[in-house]
Design a protein around this ligand. Structure first.
Ligand code: S3P
Length: 197
């Protein structure tokens, strides 16, 4: 896979992107523990700032209001947490401003899995019903396939490392990312993505 890098260089942080259920938060916490860097999660900061759940934000204010909040949180975290491990929401990559900010922040690792595997994981996750608002009016698998098709080009656009999480647990995913991200590195040139599939 090849792409045009969005930025010339990136900072020393690590950004985890990918669809819901790919393990961004779990892997992010593991990597933070192993690297001694803090883990910050865009969704957690949105919830803290809004004082309500993401589902409530979607229901009360709508997805566009959520995306506005998300963009301002990304901007702030990128400015205030250089070098951290940054967990994003599945749709954070939708806005170009976010893609630029994330690319500047650090190495971008895309955690991927097939739609049917994601459907299985989300169904099995008891937090899904309470915390994950529907993104379309479709059924679970159909929604995932449709939304993934829209988002995949954006994940591809900014990913420097692509990790297939389909048959891997969080520790193995973290190991693979650590082969490409050196927490002691302050800046590294952006380049072609490395596939870990
Ligand atoms: C969303 C994913 C969620 C959260 C919000 C919207 C999405 O994050 O940001 O519910 O658009 O895919 P996770 O990927 O951490 O579940």
């Amino acid at each position: 896979m090849s792409r045009e890098p969005m930025g010339e260089t990136n900072g020393g942080g690590l950004v985890l992107v990918g669809y819901r259920g790919t393990g961004k938060s779990t892997v992010g916490r593991l990597l933070a523990g192993r690297s001694g860097r803090p883990f910050v999660d865009v969704d957690d900061v949105i919830v803290a700032r809004a004082g309500r759940t993401i589902r409530a934000i979607f229901e009360d204010s709508g997805e566009p209001a959520f995306r506005e909040l998300e963009e301002s949180v990304v901007r702030d975290l990128v400015a205030t947490h250089p070098g951290a491990v940054l967990g994003t929401g599945g749709g954070t990559i939708l806005r170009e401003a976010n893609r630029r900010a994330l690319t500047t922040f650090g190495l971008v690792a895309w955690l991927r899995a097939d739609a049917d595997e994601l459907a299985r994981r989300l169904e099995a996750d008891s937090a899904t019903r309470e915390t994950r608002p529907s993104l379309t009016s479709k059924g679970a698998l159909e929604e995932i396939a449709e939304v993934l098709a829209v988002r995949t080009p954006f994940y591809q656009e900014i990913a420097q490392v692509v990790v297939d999480t389909q048959e891997r647990g969080p520790a193995e995913v973290a190991d693979l990312i650590l082969r490409h991200w050196s927490p002691s590195t302050v800046a590294r040139p952006a380049g072609e993505p490395h596939a870990c599939s």
